[in-house]
Design a protein around this ligand. Structure first.
Ligand SMILES: CC(C)(COP(=O)(O)OP(=O)(O)OC[C@H]1O[C@@H](n2cnc3c(N)ncnc32)[C@H](O)[C@@H]1OP(=O)(O)O)[C@@H](O)C(=O)NCCC(=O)NCCS
Length: 148
């Protein structure tokens, strides 16, 4: 597996991967309406727009995309791993890649609006939970930060 920059031709695979996570993993965190709203946020076109605007990376094995992550200023986002490959270290590898990049850019703190199911993952990465945030459309997120 390698971690490389997102390119536009990845958008369909990344969209599929994220929507699979939303339906198979995050459906435990959100209502059906919220999952449907979030799936719309990650159509191939929206993935393209969001990922090009940020520093975006994918974990790839040959033609397969196993995970993705974005970094915008001090914010980690869109960290998703193919549900068939969970708990194999792909999420922490992607996260560490983005954190190193942030440190190289001079960041002293990082934050994330985590899903409920990822709170333990981010705690494991050294994050502190600051507050729960409610968003009617997208559901509850957990604002977490890490001092670098
Ligand atoms: C959160 C996510 C990215 C983790 O990816 P992953 O590749 O499975 O994570 P890793 O294998 O690197 O896990 C590292 C550590 O985090 C913790 N962890 C990861 N997933 C966890 C879970 N579901 N429950 C509890 N702890 C978890 C564990 O301590 C794990 O170490 P261990 O397996 O040795 O116990 C992945 O589950 C995912 O895509 N979730 C759905 C999307 C999502 O909610 N993303 C966050 C949006 S902000």
């Amino acid at each position: 597996m390698i971690i490389r920059r997102f390119v536009s031709s990845d958008r369909n695979k990344v969209s599929y991967l994220i929507r699979r996570c939303l339906n198979e993993i995050n459906s435990e965190d959100y209502t059906a309406d919220q999952v449907s709203f979030l799936c719309q946020e990650f159509t191939p076109g929206n993935v393209q727009a969001r990922f090009v605007e940020r520093s975006s990376y994918v974990a790839a094995q040959g033609d397969r995309i196993l995970g993705c992550v974005t970094l915008k200023d001090n914010e980690i986002g869109s960290l998703f791993v193919n549900p068939s490959y969970n708990r194999q270290g792909i999420g922490s590898n992607l996260y560490s890649y983005a954190e190193k990049l942030a440190i190289q850019r001079g960041a002293t703190v990082l934050w994330v609006n985590s899903s409920k199911t990822a709170v333990l993952f981010y705690k494991n990465m050294g994050y502190i939970l600051q507050e729960k945030r409610r968003d009617a459309k997208g559901g509850t997120t957990y604002f977490m930060y890490k001092k670098l």
